[in-house]
Design a protein around this ligand. Structure first.
Ligand code: AMP
Ligand code: ZN
Length: 457
């Protein structure tokens, strides 16, 4: 079966056909880095990580970009309150985000661009929009003119009245149309800003993603993802400005949106204050259990989070690792993910069904006595686990980490820092971090796909 994905734009499931099968492109809107990520923020990171793994298993080259928004009014407010430059805050929380996602088994995307490195590209894109008559400059702002794009509203399916209300516009005097949105806005001297043809200022949020997509992936991308809350206005606006800047070229072939993670049926969000940070949850449960819990519901459905969700996930993993531990001395025979598993994932990433398939194999492994069947089932479990990003630890380590209480988040943080130090060719710092990791009772191994770690004997 080929990969089928639900496209928010067409409101139906579609066969995935990349524009260029030799260069598949995917972009996911990442975090605004001014605070600890909550487990709801981790849902898109984990869901699109499974998709990235699935695509990588099928296509020779997949370029996955996940940005960090490192200039934003919430960041500015935090920096002001703490009396530090925004970079102090964004660097710190970018590192924490990477470490937290690493602890959830999320692979590093191919590129992780941050907005402030692309100001020049944003200005250039805005200038193209101005030239083509889709934008105008007014009072230090550059604004996108919504009526200039006929297709506006197609992604969210909103009526014009809804859109105007939804955009929460206080109709500023410089707007030609109430639905027009900001591409560039002026900064007062106390706020971060860059020189531009419209004066010193900073970009609007939407143009950041379009400029990073254009820079790293091109005019048309295969998949654009994010959480459901991003459909309007963020993605509607990205679609409008991206299409207009590129003379009508398709901006993204497939739009994907994950459902909300809720607590007591209410969306988890910083503004409501009902959050559980990944950082805090990692103190209570292994990252792999949190990952399993996040994937236990279909990505488009809501997922209600509770202690029970995590306990159940951990119990299921204990059972799977126990079954694998019993066949530790048997070599696995197959190493490609079985078709039965790929078929359910190919059906719009049906992870709950994939977990049901895995549970059946665990049951079969628990009752199997024929070494050939045991070897086959073990191979199936490990290969399926690799696509889902689970069951890749040595069972001994899974149980040992729990009894020794290794701080997985801290290990992942140090590994990410070591990787950055090596990238920067600061080998002294990389060695220091390696020693710090060893001091936690953990052994690391550098492999082609990244650094793995396990609890020392
Ligand atoms: P933010 O840092 O708020 O921009 O969010 C980062 C990502 O997390 C975006 O893709 C959001 O759509 C997503 N997100 C935020 N809250 C939730 C939630 N409660 N459930 C699922 N996804 C969420
Ligand atoms: Zn975005």
């Amino acid at each position: 079966m080929s990969l089928i994905l639900y496209n928010t734009l067409t409101r139906k499931k579609e066969r995935f056909e990349p524009a260029d099968p030799n260069r598949v492109t995917m972009y996911v809107c990442g975090p605004t880095v001014y605070n600890y990520a909550h487990i709801g923020n981790a849902r898109p990171a984990v869901v699109y990580d499974v998709l990235f793994r699935l695509l990588t298993a099928r296509y020779p080259k997949v370029i996955y970009a996940r940005n960090t928004t490192d200039v934003d009014d919430k960041i500015n407010a935090a920096a002001k309150a703490q009396g530090v430059p925004i970079k102090t805050i964004t660097d710190k929380f970018t590192d924490i985000y990477r470490a937290d996602m690493g602890a959830l088994g999320v692979l590093r995307p191919t590129v992780e661009p941050c907005a402030t490195d692309h100001i020049g590209q944003m200005i250039a894109m805005i200038e193209v929009l101005l030239d083509k008559g889709h934008a105008y400059a007014a009072e230090g702002h550059a604004m996108f003119n919504v009526p200039s794009f006929k297709g506006y509203g197609q992604l969210s399916g909103r009526s014009r009245d809804d859109m105007i209300a939804g955009a929460r516009v206080e109709v500023a005097p410089y707007k030609k149309d109430p639905a027009d949105f900001v591409l560039w806005k002026p900064s007062t001297p106390d706020l971060p800003g860059w020189d531009s043809p419209w004066g010193r200022g900073r970009p609007g949020w939407h143009i950041e993603c379009s400029a990073m997509i254009e820079t790293h992936l091109g005019a048309t991308i295969d998949i654009h993802g994010g959480g459901h809350d991003l459909i309007f206005p963020h993605h509607e606006n990205e679609l409008a400005q991206g299409t207009c800047a590129h003379g009508g070229a398709t901006y993204a072939k497939i739009w994907m949106h994950n459902g909300f993670l809720t607590m007591d049926k209410e969306k988890m969000s910083k503004s409501l204050g009902n959050i559980k940070t990944v950082h805090a949850l990692l103190e209570e449960a292994p990252g792999e259990a949190l990952r399993w819990a996040l994937l236990s519901a279909h990505y488009r459905q809501p997922l209600d989070w509770s202690d029970e969700t995590v306990t159940q996930a951990k119990t299921t993993l204990d059972r799977a690792y126990r079954a694998l531990e019993r066949v530790a001395n048997i070599a696995a025979t197959i190493n490609l993910p079985p078709k039965e598993l790929l078929d359910v994932l190919d059906d719009d990433l049906n992870t709950p069904k994939a977990f049901a398939v895995i549970a059946e194999w665990v049951t079969a492994l628990n009752t199997a006595t024929d070494p050939a069947i045991q070897a086959e089932l073990k191979g199936a479990l490990l290969a399926a686990g690799a696509v889902l990003g689970v069951l890749q630890q040595d069972p001994k380590d899974w149980f040992a980490a729990q009894s020794k209480n290794v701080d997985a988040a801290e290990v992942e943080r140090l590994i990410a820092a070591r990787l950055d130090a090596r990238k920067a060719k600061d080998f002294k710092e990389a060695d220091r971090l390696r020693d710090a990791i060893a001091a936690l009772g953990v052994v690391i191994e550098d492999r082609a796909g990244g650094t793995t770690w396990r609890v020392a004997e």
